[in-house]
Design a protein. Structure first.
Length: 305
């Protein structure tokens, strides 16, 4: 990610260490969500907190038993470094690597994506790992369409590589990136027209760009392509108060169970994760608090009919 996006770009290289998406697995000793909440819940763990050392391969491996002990389904990670080793470590603890997350640049003349991806994809076969792309550009403004043709060209290339191995692709809408809104990623997925190319609903970026009144409408729009979802605790987006925007899932004034209810209405059963970006503290405590929040909102959503 280009440094020009600064702090507001959630997964830029200086800030990628601080993302967390948590999951619960019902058969690991913790009381799981109600029976009709069936979505896998996973952790985006490129380190927890903001210390760069927590993004190291060793620190990532430390999370596998920690997540297993606290009842999670697995995790996702940024970029491709260490993905193979992390799959092995996670599977030792009966978990999985849900996704690898990286940029796709749509500028003319740019190679578009890390060439190592083509080497990694065959090794993801059979592990249920999605390639998670946020679309970037140094030339085109966010939510424009000039880079769509290049995006489609690149995505079709990767789709053809991924298809024989059963690997899915998901487009992640990201504030201040080329594809920053749900409408952007849905438009590009539709143009790409490949069965293994879908989209992610990212709750925090949705709130930064749209009204929560449009939540159900946006999810209905995404329904044909939706294969990943992220959520988080929040008081709403505030450009001057970052800590209000992203909280652990047990905090915040917004009732996040509303997202789960809306997802159930469109019959979404795919993975759901929670983002705890920029939250300092003990890793285990952050995991436990978000687990607590997931159980609470899952129970509340299950009561809605």
């Amino acid at each position: 990610m280009n440094a020009q996006f600064g702090r507001r770009v959630l997964f830029g290289p200086m800030f990628a260490f601080t993302i967390l998406v948590l999951g619960i697995q019902c058969d690991r000793g913790l009381a799981g969500p109600p029976a009709d909440v069936r979505n896998p819940f996973f952790a985006y763990c490129v380190g927890i907190g903001v210390e760069p050392a927590l993004a190291s391969p060793a620190a990532q491996k430390e999370l596998a038993p920690m997540l297993a002990e606290t009842g999670f389904d697995g995790m996702s990670m940024a970029m491709y470094d260490g993905a193979e080793a992390q799959i092995v470590e996670l599977e030792k603890h009966k978990q999985k690597l849900f996704a690898v997350y990286a940029p796709l640049n749509v500028d003319p003349g740019d190679r578009g994506y890390d060439p190592r991806l083509k080497e990694l994809i065959p090794k993801l076969a059979g592990h249920g790992t999605t390639v998670w792309f946020f679309l970037t550009s140094g030339r085109y403004k966010p939510s424009t369409t000039e880079g769509d043709d290049r995006a489609v060209e690149l995505l079709r290339q990767i789709s053809e590589v991924a298809r024989p191995y059963g690997v899915q692709i998901s487009l992640y809408p990201h504030l201040n990136c080329y594809a920053q809104k749900m409408e952007d990623v849905v438009r590009i997925a539709k143009k790409t027209d490949r069965k293994n190319v879908g989209v992610t609903f990212t709750f925090c970026h949705f709130l930064a760009l749209d009204s929560d009144k449009n939540l159900e409408r946006v999810l209905e729009l995404a329904k044909p392509y939706l294969n990943m979802v992220t959520i988080n605790g929040t008081n709403g987006y505030d450009a001057k108060n970052f800590s209000a925007w992203i909280k652990t899932l047990d905090q915040g004034s917004f009732d996040v169970s509303r997202v789960l209810v809306a997802l159930r209405k469109i019959d979404y059963h795919g993975p759901i994760g929670v983002i705890c970006y920029g939250i300092h503290g003990d890793r285990r405590e952050i995991l436990a608090r978000s687990t607590k929040g997931w159980k609470e909102i899952s129970a509340k959503a299950a009561k809605e009919r």
